[in-house]
Design a protein around this ligand. Structure first.
Ligand code: PLP
Length: 395
């Protein structure tokens, strides 16, 4: 990885005066505090604001409606994704739930069949009760999306790459299908972060993230965001923040602002380590298969090179059986056995009994998740130490 790529310039940032990604990450929304000049955005820990007089239309009256630390983070994240505004929520799931309140009884949603486990749980066990209908298809073929559309379809919801199988969906093709029918394309960009993938530039109408993962990056806070491309989306989601209240706290907003400052350098190191770990795993005699878009044998390697500017650090591999997976997961010392991803530390997990347990055996079999699969979120420790740890665990 070169220095130039760390300072990569991306297009489609209407609100920023800075063309470079890292410059925007460090400066957009992160301007010195007007009161003191503090270079770091202050944590405005207040629930309410003293008002000068009655009857004025003011930005800050009560902190569920608006908070200056939150405003700064929303500006920062909108800039990084190339949106016009963003709205942050108390977790990734709260952000996705807020997004879904934009839809009504009778509306239909087409979504990927291999989504983050919490998403189908929300869709099937909460939102269908309010009369929103969901159809799950393999979005890695855009034709499947087109075939599933109905008159009542209002949103197409895609994760790319998917969790844990690392299958890609071609966003320009799906975006074209959606635009022709005035359907909103929403992309969960958690796995790649805006550093490696820019869904809005590729045709998405909104982007969601669990900021819990790479954006915050230090495994110390939950959060979620919806990035918008139109003012009506931003206004409606601001109303949902105020009306439903699942807002991100000022402290958590500050953590994410701190995280995004180093997003570019962290992602470069994640990607650099990810590639080396993937190569090591794919050469390992005991492993049957490795799922990583950066490997030449990944069926969508060419699409990955076109659509993303890096491959990230999420890798899944097949150990062959549940006992094999359990044995290696018990032996790891540098890697931590745990859910979640995107932190500086390497996290390793077992989809069948952890993140994807809720799908049931049949549900997992239908999309190709086996009992022998292990997923790794490669951190930014010394890569030799990560590889040595995996090597001894697989021995
Ligand atoms: C973690 C995750 C979510 C949910 O976010 P939380 O912050 O845990 O609520 C959604 N999508 C993806 C891809 C995730 O990895």
């Amino acid at each position: 990885m070169t220095k130039e790529s760390a300072q990569r310039r991306t297009t489609n940032q209407p609100r920023s005066s800075h063309p470079g990604f890292s410059t925007r990450a460090i400066h957009d929304g992160q301007e010195p505090d007007p009161l003191t000049g503090a270079v770091t955005v202050p944590i405005y820990a207040t629930s309410t604001y003293a008002q000068k007089e009655l009857g004025k239309d003011i930005r800050y009256d009560y902190a569920r409606g608006a908070n200056p630390t939150r405003d700064r983070l929303e500006t920062n994240l909108a800039s990084l994704e190339g949106g016009i505004a963003s709205r942050v929520f108390s977790s990734g799931m709260a952000a996705i739930n807020a997004l879904c309140t934009m839809y009504k009884t009778g509306d239909h949603v087409v979504c990927g069949h291999n989504l983050y486990g919490g998403v189908p749980r929300l869709f099937n066990q909460v939102l269908t009760g309010y009369g929103i209908e969901f159809t799950y298809v393999d979005t890695s073929d855009p034709k499947n999306v087109e075939r599933a559309l109905r008159k009542s379809t209002r949103m197409v919801y895609v994760e790319t790459p998917t969790n844990p199988l690392m299958a890609l969906s071609e966003l320009t093709a799906i975006g074209r299908i959606c635009r022709a029918k005035k359907i909103e394309l929403v992309v969960d960009n958690t796995f790649m972060s805006p550093y490696f993938q820019q869904p809005i530039a590729l045709g998405a109408d909104m982007v969601v993230h669990s900021t819990t993962k790479f954006l915050n990056g230090h495994s110390d806070g939950l959060g979620g965001v919806v990035v918008c491309t139109r003012q009506d989306q931003a206004d409606q989601l601001a109303f949902v923040q105020k009306a439903a209240g699942a807002i991100l706290s000022p402290f958590e907003c500050w953590l994410v602002l701190r995280g995004t400052k180093t997003l570019a350098v962290r992602m470069l190191q994640h990607d650099c380590n990810g590639r080396q770990v993937a190569e090591f795993l794919s050469a390992h005699k005991k492993l049957k298969k490795v799922f990583y878009p950066g490997l030449k044998d990944h069926p969508q390697h060419e699409l990955a090179k076109r659509q993303m500017s890096g491959f990230g650090s999420m890798i899944t591999f097949e150990t062959g059986s549940l006992p094999n997976a359990a044995k290696m997961l018990k032996r790891v010392r540098v890697c931590s056995l745990g859910e979640s991803l995107g932190g500086v530390e390497t996290l390793i997990s077992h989809p069948a009994t952890m993140t994807h347990a809720g799908l049931g055996e049949k549900g997992r079999a239908a999309i190709g998740i086996t009992d022998g699969m292990v997923r790794i979120s490669v951190g930014i420790e010394n890569v030799e130490d990560i590889i040595a740890d995996l090597d001894q665990a697989l021995a």
